[in-house]
Design a protein around this ligand. Structure first.
Ligand SMILES: Cc1cc2nc3c(=O)[nH]c(=O)nc-3n(C[C@H](O)[C@H](O)[C@H](O)COP(=O)(O)OP(=O)(O)OC[C@H]3O[C@@H](n4cnc5c(N)ncnc54)[C@H](O)[C@@H]3O)c2cc1C
Length: 402
C-alpha cells in the first residue's frame, strides 16, 4: 500500500511522519513551489503534543515553543473573570504549547525530509477536483486545507466557507512580558475581543515576550467580507480605533497592536460538518475534513490527531476499507462536535455573561458569575474537544509497534 497525501501543511506532514513510523509508504504533493514559515501563532493542546512526542519530536518543539501555563479570561477592562492552569500545570502528562505556525510547519517538514528522504514531498504539485492517485492500490488523503480541491470534488454543491460576520486581525509584537510571560489571555465579549499569548522562548531568554495577538470585531450587518486568505495583509485603521481605550494596566493593547511589523486579516469562517469523508480509497483530514473557527486552539491539534489515528488504523486493520471506515468513525463525529461547539462560543461564554451582567466592569467577579457557572462552562468545552485530562492521560498510545 502507498498513501498519496495532498498538502504539506501541519496535517499532511504529521500524516507522513505517522505513516512512516507505522511502516507505511507515502508521498506528499504540495501545491506551492517552496514552503515558507507563514502564519502567526497557534496553540498545540496536550493531546496533540502527546502525538508529536510519540513521533520523537518533543525536544525540537520545546526549543521553539512556550509551554502555556495559564489561560485567563478577562473583560474589556482587563479585569479577570476566570483563570485556569494549562498543560502540565493542569496535571496533563504533556504540555500545551504556544508556537509560531510557520516554524512548526518547517520543523515537521525537516523531520519528513530527514526520515523519509528528500523525494518525500513533491512541490508545485496541485491536487485537482477530479479523483487522482487511487490507481496502483493507493490511498489518497486530502490534507489540502480549508479550500480543499478534493473535498470540493467529492461535494460539488458545497460552495465557499461560511462567514459568521466576525473578522480577525492577527499579528506578532515584541513587548514586555505580562502575567508571568506564559499566559494566554482572552479579553472582551462577543462583539469585540482581544486574544494574546507569547510564542518565542528566545525572546523570553532576553527578558522580553514575542506576543501573538488576535483582535476580533463583529459586523452584525453590511457587505460580505473579502475572501479568507491566511496571508492577506490587514489595515490598522480598520480595527485599531475600536481598541484605543483597551489599556489594562498590565497590558497596553493598542501599543501591542502598533508594535507589530505586519498585520493579517482573516474573516472567521468554517464549514458545515459533512455526512461522510470517505469515497472509495479517498478520505479527508485536517481543515479539508473539518474547518473550524480558529478559537479554542483546535485547528492544528485536531489535524495532528487525525493523522495519528489514520496511520494507526491503516497499519492495524485487515483492509484499507476497514481502516478508512474506522478512521472516519473515530474522528468525524468528534471533530463535527468541535465545529459546532466553536459556533456556540465555547468557553468564551463566560466573557459574554460577564459583559452582559456588568458592562462597566466589576470589583469582584463572584458578584457577577458564580463559581459553578464558571467551572461548568470551562469543563464542558474540554470534554467536547477531547482534552479531558484524565481521559487523555489514561488513553492507549496510537503508536504502532513495527
Ligand atoms: C499559509 C497558511 C497560514 C496559516 N496561518 C494560520 C495562523 O496564523 N493561525 C491559525 O490558527 N491557522 C493558520 N493556518 C491554518 C492552520 O494551519 C490549520 O487550521 C491547521 O494547522 C490544520 O492544518 P491542515 O494541514 O489541515 O491545513 P493547512 O495548514 O491549511 O495546510 C494545507 C496545505 O495544503 C496545501 N494545498 C492547498 N491546496 C492544495 C492542493 N490543491 N493540492 C496540494 N496542496 C494543496 C497548502 O499550500 C498547505 O500547505 C494557516 C494555514 C496556511 C496554509
Amino acid at each position: 500500500m502507498r498513501v498519496v497525501i495532498a498538502g504539506a501543511g501541519i496535517g499532511g506532514l504529521s500524516l507522513a511522519l505517522s505513516l512512516h513510523a507505522a511502516g507505511i509508504d507515502c508521498v506528499v504533493h504540495e501545491a506551492v513551489a517552496e514552503l515558507k514559515p507563514l502564519g502567526v501563532g497557534i496553540n498545540l493542546l496536550p493531546h496533540a503534543v502527546r502525538e508529536l512526542t510519540e513521533l520523537g519530536l518533543a525536544q525540537r518543539i520545546a526549543e521553539i515553543a512556550i509551554p502555556t501555563q495559564a489561560l485567563v479570561y478577562a473583560n474589556r477592562f482587563g479585569q479577570e473573570i476566570w483563570r485556569e492552569p494549562r498543560g502540565r500545570f493542569a496535571g496533563y502528562d504533556w504540555p500545551q504549547y504556544s508556537i509560531h505556525r510557520g516554524r512548526l510547519q518547517m520543523l515537521l517538514a525537516d523531520a519528513v525530509r530527514e526520515r523519509l528522504g528528500p523525494e518525500a514531498v513533491v512541490f508545485g504539485s496541485r491536487a485537482g477536483r477530479e479523483r487522482w492517485g487511487e490507481d496502483a492500490g493507493d490511498v489518497v488523503v486530502a490534507c489540502d486545507g480549508i479550500h480543499s480541491a478534493i473535498r470540493a470534488g467529492l461535494n460539488p454543491g458545497e460552495g465557499p466557507p461560511i462567514w459568521n460576520r466576525r473578522v480577525l486581525w492577527r499579528g506578532v509584537s515584541e513587548a514586555d512580558p505580562y502575567l508571568g510571560g506564559a499566559t494566554m489571555v482572552m479579553a472582551g465579549h462577543q462583539d469585540q475581543k482581544f486574544v494574546c499569548y507569547p510564542i518565542d522562548p528566545a525572546a523570553a531568554a532576553r527578558g522580553r515576550s514575542l506576543i501573538n495577538w488576535i483582535a476580533e470585531l463583529r459586523f452584525p450587518e453590511g457587505p460580505e467580507w473579502r475572501r479568507e486568505d491566511w496571508n492577506r495583509p490587514g489595515v490598522l485603521a480598520d480595527f485599531l480605533p475600536r481598541f484605543e481605550s483597551w489599556d489594562f494596566g498590565w497590558l497596553d493593547v493598542p501599543a501591542v497592536i502598533r508594535a507589530a511589523e505586519q498585520v493579517f486579516e482573516y474573516p472567521m469562517v468554517d464549514r458545515d460538518p459533512l455526512e461522510r469523508w470517505t469515497a472509495g480509497r479517498t478520505t479527508l483530514l485536517g481543515d479539508a475534513a473539518h474547518p473550524m473557527y480558529p478559537i479554542g486552539s483546535n485547528g492544528a491539534s485536531q489535524a495532528i490527531l487525525d493523522a495519528r489515528t489514520l496511520a494507526f488504523e491503516l497499519a492495524t486493520r485487515a483492509s484499507v476499507e476497514d481502516a478508512l471506515a474506522s478512521y472516519e468513525a473515530a474522528r468525524r463525529p468528534a471533530t463535527s462536535a468541535i465545529v459546532l461547539a466553536n459556533r456556540g462560543e465555547g468557553p468564551e461564554r463566560v466573557m459574554q455573561l460577564a459583559h452582559e451582567r456588568a458592562p462597566e466592569g466589576f470589583a469582584n467577579v463572584e458578584e457577577v458569575l458564580s463559581r459553578e457557572e464558571l467551572e461548568g462552562v470551562a469543563g464542558r468545552y474540554k470534554q467536547v474537544a477531547g482534552f479531558d485530562r484524565d481521559a487523555l492521560n489514561a488513553r492507549a498510545s496510537l503508536s504502532v509497534r513495527t
